[in-house]
Design a protein around this ligand. Sequence first.
Ligand code: FVH
Length: 286
Amino acid sequence: MTETPVTVLGLGAMGSALAAAFLKAGHPTTVWNRSPGKDIDLVAAGATRAGSVREAVGAGGLVVAVLLDHASVHETLDPIAGELGGRALVNLTSTAPEDARELARWAAGHGIDYLDGGIMATPGMIGQPGSSILYSGSRAVFDAHRPALELLGAAEYFGDDAGLASLYDFALLAGMYIMFAGFQHGAAMVRSAGGSAEAFGERAGRWLSAIMPSLTAEGRVIDSGDYSRPVQDLRFTKAALDAIVRASRDAGVALDVIGPVKGLVDRQIADGHGAQATERMFEGLV
Ligand code: FVH
């Protein structure tokens, strides 16, 4: 077998999916998990079980960590940092950008070549179209192991600042969570009239898909900093949001989601920007 050996540390839902993808493509794959029992299917499929982290990284090749959080990465790797010196480490554990940068400094201090990653996929999507993983940190690790990384999902490199991948990851997730909260607000309004959330989900999905392409143009306005030629000005948006807030109240729906959005618009208007483009809400966030 000529494929690079890979060690996967952490066999939760995501680590197991990643290890399965490496195995399927013929990479000799060594697996380790803190608690026993999660490697049974992988070992049956050809993975090598490691009894300790030291034994796992001793297998050589690329080391991929997919643990719960930043603290668990240190807890797992600190005792064997010496063994990782001169090796490539890809950390796909979700960590805040500053935590990723701290790990990159820690790795550099031990001579470890460190690449951080943010997974834009659920375990079931790994290796399927639609899965993508954002990387930053060591360009050398990214280039050397790109074929293996592409097995998991489309691989994109953001730069040598190790915090960039998680910055983009969390920026995308922030948008996703706020969009889901917006959907739930709408579903609560619809329920007040006996409508089902499932049917509303189908309708909302179509509506959101139709308007999403406008995000690029919205971003262009924000980047320009010129809000003087509004397609929709803040006064217009305020009238719409005031009506939505009134309708929400009447429907008995809490204002926790829509209230802060209205607050951003109200603040811009109070500052005298009512005739400017609605995109100016952005300025209240930075
Ligand atoms: N699952 C998903 O959809 C998301 C997609 C986007 C990226 N995330 C991140 O991936 C990391 C792992 O997620 P996961 O889904 O595999 O998570 P779990 O199934 O909960 O498994 C967690 C593993 O971490 C091990 N672990 C926890 N604490 C420690 C520790 N102190 N020392 C060593 N290992 C630890 C845990 O081991 P055990 O509980 O089975 O012994 C699991 O292997 C995560 O950052 C997501 O945010 C996934």
